[in-house]
Design a protein around this ligand. Structure first.
Ligand code: AMP
Length: 212
C-alpha cells in the first residue's frame, strides 16, 4: 500500500493514520511529527523549521523533500507507506512523484478527509496531547477534574503551541491556498478518494477501510 492522506489540520489524519498503520503494518510517515521531534532535539533542521511552524506557515519545500528522501531511504520504510501531512504543496507533490518514479513506484491512493471549517476549529482548539503516550484527545471528552490527565495512560496532557486560535486561522488559510488544490492534482490522476471526516473516530476509520 502506498497511500497519501490529505485533509485540513484537525481533519483527523494523524489519528486515522496511526490506526491504519497498526492494522496493516504500513510505516506511518508524518512530516509534522518528524519536524516536532527535530524541534524538540534542537537540531539544525528543527531550528530552521521552528519559525514557520510557530507561525502556522509551511516549512520550505526543500527541507521537507530532504526529510522524505531520508525517510524513504531508511530500511524499515521499504515500499509501502502512509503519508500524513505530506505532500502539502503542488511542488512537493510533483517532486514526490518524480522521486517515486525514479524508484519505479507511484502513489496508489490519495484519501482526502473533509470536515467543515467550524468543526476543524473546534477540534483544534480542544485538542490535547499526552506527554507519555502521544495519544490525542479532545477536552470535551475528558472528565471534570481530570482535564490534564490522559484517559489512555494517565500521563500529563499538553496543548500544541500551534493550536492557539491565531495560528489555527493561519494554518487553515494556508491549507485552503496551498494544500487544497492538491485534490485536483490527484483527481486528474484518477487516484483521489474523498471521505466524510465527521462523526466518531471509529465511523471515520470504517469509511477509510472501505476505500482501502
Ligand atoms: P502537522 O502536524 O501536519 O499539522 O504539521 C505541523 C506543522 O509542520 C505545519 O503547520 C507546518 O509548519 C509543518 N509541516 C508539516 N508538514 C509539512 C509539509 N509537508 N510541508 C511544509 N510544512 C509542513
Amino acid at each position: 500500500m502506498r497511500i497519501v492522506l490529505l485533509g485540513a489540520p484537525g481533519a483527523g489524519k494523524g489519528t486515522q493514520a496511526k490506526k491504519i498503520s497498526a492494522k496493516f503494518g504500513i510505516p506511518h510517515i508524518s512530516t509534522g511529527d518528524i519536524l516536532r521531534n527535530e524541534l524538540k532535539n534542537s537540531t539544525g533542521l528543527g531550528n530552521k523549521a521552528s519559525e514557520y511552524m510557530q507561525a502556522g506557515k509551511l516549512v520550505p519545500d526543500e527541507l521537507i523533500i530532504e526529510i522524505i528522501k531520508h525517510r524513504l531511504a531508511e530500511g524499515n520504510t521499504g515500499n509501502p507507506f502512509l503519508m500524513d501531512g505530506f505532500p502539502r504543496t503542488l511542488n512537493q507533490a510533483i517532486m514526490f512523484d518524480n522521486m517515486l518514479a525514479s524508484m519505479g513506484i507511484s502513489v496508489e491512493k490519495v484519501i482526502n478527509i473533509f470536515v467543515d471549517k467550524a468543526e476543524l476549529v473546534k477540534r483544534l482548539m480542544g485538542r490535547r496531547i499526552c506527554h507519555s503516550c502521544a495519544g490525542v484527545c479532545h477536552i470535551d471528552l475528558l472528565q471534570k477534574g481530570s482535564e490534564n490527565r490522559c484517559p489512555i495512560c494517565g500521563g500529563e496532557l499538553y496543548t500544541r503551541k500551534d493550536d492557539a486560535i491565531k495560528v489555527i486561522k493561519e494554518r487553515l488559510r494556508v491549507y485552503e491556498n496551498q494544500t487544497k488544490p492538491l485534490t485536483d492534482y490527484y483527481a486528474k490522476k484518477g487516484i483521489l478518494y474523498n471521505i466524510d471526516g465527521s462523526g466518531t473516530e471509529n465511523e471515520i476509520t470504517e469509511r477509510l477501510l472501505q476505500v482501502l
